[in-house]
Design a protein around this ligand. Sequence first.
Ligand code: ZN
Length: 395
Amino acid sequence: MSYSLKKILQIIFVLVLLFFGLTSFFIPVENIQIRIFSHLKVTVFSLYANQGTYKIIADGNVIASTSGEADYKFSLKGDSVELSKNDTILGTYKYLKLSGTNNQEIKLRIVEPDRKGRVYQGNISCSANEGTLKIINEIELDNYIAGVTEAEAGSRTTAEFYKVQTILARTFALAHINKHITEGFSLCDQVHCQAYFGKPRDYRIFDATEATKGQVVVDENLNLIVAAFHSNSGGQTANSEDVWGSKTSYLRSIVDTFSIKMPNARWERKMLTEDWLLYLKVKHNFPVDNAEAKKVALHFQQPSRKVFLECNKSKVPLKNVRQDLQLKSTFFSISPYGKDSILIKGRGYGHGLGMCQEGAMRMSKLGYKHTDILNFYYQNIQLIDLHKLSFFRDE
Ligand SMILES: [Zn+2]
């Protein structure tokens, strides 16, 4: 197919999708493997089947089946895992798996170190890995998306905002499906990938996942976008090149009035003037002994987002200041305060890229649809059914 014909077909396809409201025509079941409690050095955990029956597979052989009554314990023993049932040891194995169907659920509690129990859908497997138990939750993609949505969006928000988060979570998961592939799973359950704490408690999240089934966000070349979002933009989002160094067509700075009256819109911090100037001098070689530079440092303003605090040829990257001083954002101003201090007055919370969660929540309460919200915070994007993507991509 010639390039131009293919391009025209792509455009027609997108128009058709938009016309028909992006209905999914078919969605095959897909599973994803998530390493859970990946930040902990787990040596003992227990499982309790909340619903349904699970087969227990040990080193490839089915050794038992379990339902609600039994409590199974998994303990690290060197490079193996000891399995016990109601405190009776069943054996020691290299690889254990609890296999059920996706709609069943299981309660998992980390015993050492002691953590609160969580409920997971899908299968659980475990093996010894460098002095810890590697626990993998194999789960249907959309059930994982639902779990991520609650972990990232919180509960008790609007149905429309849940829809936005499910689409972003799905886009992120599929764009990073190979992130941990060399370690034997797709994604971890920490913010390194996406936060995931098991089955969500708010059932409306499953409705949102179903309503957006298969939908992902792509850029103008039909590539999955890097679905960045943050808590509050402070009234203006940021450009990707100013935060991450690489330019994208969809992470562009926009004026965002929806975020400015929300909880994380403003913050303040006081600091000794001496400490501030010393920090600029030592860490960034900023010439604070020069009167003009000192004035800039003590009267810094950002009517709109800047990337540097600068004077002549000296530049201090604001993202470094944010990181070093652990500020909520780079969108701040500086003014003298009292005799010996400065006041840092900031706007927003987070890196400022892509969707502002608090602004999006406000939009949803004002009646905007999830498609309006995504198109407001991401530029030049399309919502598309992921199963049709490969057909229209160049080989
Ligand atoms: Zn990760």
